[in-house]
Design a binder for this molecule. Structure first.
Ligand code: NAP
Length: 257
């Protein structure tokens, strides 16, 4: 029997077929999970719709994660349609381009607030909204996406590194808070992948090349590998793991010099 037969999940952050969220969705769907997808604004609707329509029984809903009313509406609809929720995938991040490109010391107050709201606080807001549905079936699993720039300084990552540090701390605090109710919260720290969001990072192509040359596996991570790691952290195969940030980066993070 497929690992996730009869289970349901919601995925935030599919922009197109190269999105990490889409790779995770495909791994979850392969194991029988029924999925709801959200998109931000009409611009992306058509693309996400054509992807989600390839997964039978899936739902498509609009949600800007900075908008509490939209978050409530999304989980209300998921409750109505699915009647339960086992998984939440948070694969959303944003920082204004000028705040990524400027010297870090010049980061704007508004940019700082927006980057933290979309890339970090949203994990707290979405987990809170998912909780009642997860508790109906005795718990659930939450997964977020982060990057090495949360721990170490990566040129060009700037404000997003600080927002990811906040996201990783939120993973730990949420895991401690929700663990007694059997809701697990983990993150994947993915190696660089060429996606829409990644193109906002100055020097991303060089970053990708450097990573492939230095990583112990001497290559970049494949989207499918991140998808399968997501499946592991969502499924009961990882039932004893919570509050963890797991690197899926071909080993890059273990290298000192
Ligand atoms: P992506 O395909 O561009 O996905 C990012 C998603 O975030 C997009 O769907 C984007 O929608 C969404 N988003 C931004 N602001 C939003 C808002 N206010 N409300 C709802 N959704 C919003 O890029 P990705 O690389 O797969 O990124 C997914 C996650 O992986 C992010 O957390 C990223 O930081 C993380 N990550 C990426 C890499 C990498 O190298 N690519 C490495 C490690 C971690 P819009 O296009 O409409 O803004």
């Amino acid at each position: 029997m497929p690992l996730l037969e009869g289970r349901t999940g919601i995925i935030f952050g599919v922009a197109n077929k190269r999105s990490i969220a889409w790779a995770i969705a495909q791994s979850l769907a392969r194991e029988g999970m029924r999925l709801a997808f959200t998109y931000q604004g009409e611009r992306l609707k058509e693309g996400v719709e054509s992807l989600s329509s390839t997964i039978p029984g899936s739902l498509l809903l609009a949600c800007d994660v900075t908008n509490d009313a939209e978050i409530d509406a999304v989980f209300g609809e998921v409750g109505k349609q699915f009647g339960r929720l086992d998984a939440l995938v948070h694969s959303v991040a944003f920082a204004p381009r000028e705040d990524l490109e400027n010297e870090f010391v010049k980061t704007s107050r508004d940019g700082f607030k927006l980057a933290h709201d979309i890339s970090s606080y949203s994990l707290v807001a979405l987990s809170r909204a998912a909780m009642p549905l997860m508790l109906q079936n005795g718990g659930g699993s939450v997964l977020a996406l982060t990057y090495y720039g949360a721990e170490k300084v990566v040129e060009g990552y700037n404000l997003m590194g600080v927002a990811k540090a906040s996201l990783e701390a939120s993973v730990r605090y949420l895991a401690a808070n929700l663990g007694p109710q059997n809701i697990r919260v983990n993150a994947i720290s993915a190696g660089p992948v060429n996606t829409l969001a990644a193109r906002g990072i100055k020097g991303f192509t060089e970053m990708l090349k450097h990573h492939a040359e230095r990583a112990p596996l001497r290559r970049s991570v494949e989207l499918e590998e991140i998808g399968n790691a997501g499946l592991f952290l969502i499924s009961s195969m990882s039932s004893g793991i919570t509050g963890e940030v797991m690197f899926v980066d071909c080993g890059y993070n273990i290298i000192g010099l």
